[in-house]
Structure formats: C-alpha cells, structure tokens
Design a protein around this ligand. Structure first.
Ligand code: ZN
Length: 288
C-alpha cells in the first residue's frame, strides 16, 4: 500500500484506495488520481498527483487545476466542458446570451483561473475510476465512479440539506438533470460524494435523489399552473424566483435566468407550453 505515503494532508478515507478532501468543493483522491479540486493549493502539498479529472467546467471545481498541472498532472475533462475549463469567460458570456455582462452580474462560481485540458474524458483509460456522463448542470458534466464503488457526482445531485441555501440550483436542462439522477440510481455504488455537501451512503443518496426529483416536479407544476395566465419570460423568471425564495441580487438573478429558461424550453419541447412574441416580448402560456 505505497499510496499511504502519498496522501493529501486533509484526505479522509472512504473505501479501499478512495479518499476525499472535504471542503466548499469536495474533491476525490484515488492513489494519485484527483477528482475536482477545492480552492486551497496547500491541500495538495507534498502529494504526487498524476491525473486530475474535472467533473465540469465551473471554476469552483478546478481552482487548483493549473497548479496541479504545473506540478505534472494530466488534466482531463469532457469534450463539451473542456472549453469552459480552458476559458471560464465562456460561462460568463453564455449566461448573458454571448454578450459581455458587467462584472456585477457575474456569480463568483464562474470566476476563476483558466486551466489547460490535456485529454478528453471520452478517451479515458484509467482503472482507478470510470467516468459516467451526467449532463444537465452543464452539457459535459461527468461523474467518476472509483474502483472502490465511490461515486463523485460533482453538481449532478443536490442533497436535501443543500436546498435551503440553493432553492433553485443552476441547471441548463432540467430534463437532462432528471435523466442523470435516474442514471445515478441505476449505478452500483456504496458511497457518494457530491461536489457540495457531505459524504453519504447509498440509502441516503437514494433519498436525496428522490428529493431532488420532487423539487424539479414542483417547479414544473408551478409553471404549468401559473402560466395558464400568459407570462413574459421576465415574469416567469420572477415568479419561479419568488416562489423558490431566491434573494434579490444580480448574480442570483442571472443564474435563475438560465435555469428558468431551461424549464421553459423543456416544457415547450414537450408540448406543455406555448410561446409567442407579443409587443416585442416573449410570452409563455400553458397549452390547452
Ligand atoms: Zn457547477
């Protein structure tokens, strides 16, 4: 067990070779393979890391990416998220329909140091973990299941306790989030480590999945009920934000814009909403 001499200082053992470093962003460690990083470079002091797998292209998941790469790690991310890791500004532009928002509009989760990506997760060949695509939070979002049956889910699953602080978690496509939650449920794992939250066993994870799915249904039902009276896009965003109890600040608002549009687009795609333009404003209405 040579890896015992090569552990990040704060690493907590889970099973077999699999450890994690608890923090604002939890990160994994499997015998020299790191999965995501927290914000502190000191967490990796004296530790040899040959590969860093990044779950998705939000800067709070690869804050130490460039640092670990400079120390010899090969950085791996999914094809669809690699550009976001290499250039975090793309998230900021995307959030604002590719226009340039002022700094005040930007969540700090999108601000961070760029990190070059060396390999795509689609070419993954590493027995320490298996990548599992779980899109919805971002397009290329990927979980990693270690050879010790520990699943690192990034931001695909929000545990029940987290919903108080994040009553409308960011996603670009709730239908994809639902499919990804079902996918998690179908996997063989003993332990689950979310990007934010706490290590949990399978039974607790199943309850969290159930809770997350129920929250998505609640938002859909709210929209289908309230949009029997037509709402502009702006009014629909305000409606959901108010009901979910979001605070009124620019960064939260712009995250909610993407998330609510995700719901509207999905419901339109399923034929449950109708969309028209009236007086130069987009208007949504529940289909008859
Ligand atoms: Zn994220």
């Amino acid at each position: 067990m040579t890896q015992r001499t090569n552990l990040p200082p704060g690493a907590v053992h889970i099973a077999g070779d699999t450890h994690y470093i608890p923090g604002l962003t939890n990160s994994g460690f499997v015998d020299g393979l790191a999965i995501d990083t927290g914000p502190e470079e000191s967490a990796y002091e004296g530790t040899e890391i040959d590969r860093l797998a990044i779950t998705h292209g939000h800067a709070d998941h690869f804050a130490c990416g460039a640092y670990l790469r400079n120390r010899g790690a090969t950085v791996v991310a999914a094809r669809d998220d690699a550009a976001l890791v290499e250039n975090p500004d793309i998230n900021i532009r995307g959030m604002f329909s590719w226009a340039k928002p002022g700094d005040i509009l930007v969540t700090k989760l999108f601000l961070g140091a760029p990190c070059p990506v060396d390999a795509e997760v689609e070419q993954w060949r590493d027995k320490r973990a298996t990548p599992v695509p779980l899109p919805g939070h971002t397009l290329g979002h990927t979980a990693f299941l270690t050879h010790d049956d520990v699943l690192f889910t990034g931001d695909a699953l929000y545990q029940e306790a987290l919903w108080k602080r994040h009553p409308l978690p960011y996603s670009i496509d709730p239908d994809m989030v639902v499919a990804s939650l079902e996918k998690i449920r179908s996997l063989e794992f003993g332990w689950l480590v979310p990007g934010h939250g706490v290590l949990c066993d399978r039974e607790t994870a199943e309850k969290d999945i159930h809770f997350h799915l129920a929250q998505i249904s609640d938002v859909e039902e709210l929209l289908l009920e309230e949009l029997r009276k037509p709402h502009t896009t702006e009014a629909a965003i305000a409606l959901v934000s108010d009901r979910r109890g979001l605070s009124d600040n620019p960064a939260q608002y712009w995250l909610a814009v993407t998330t609510v549009k995700g719901y509207l687009g999905n419901l339109l795609g399923r034929g449950l909403l109708e969309f028209t333009v009236r007086d130069h404003a987009g208007v949504w209405r529940t289909a008859d």
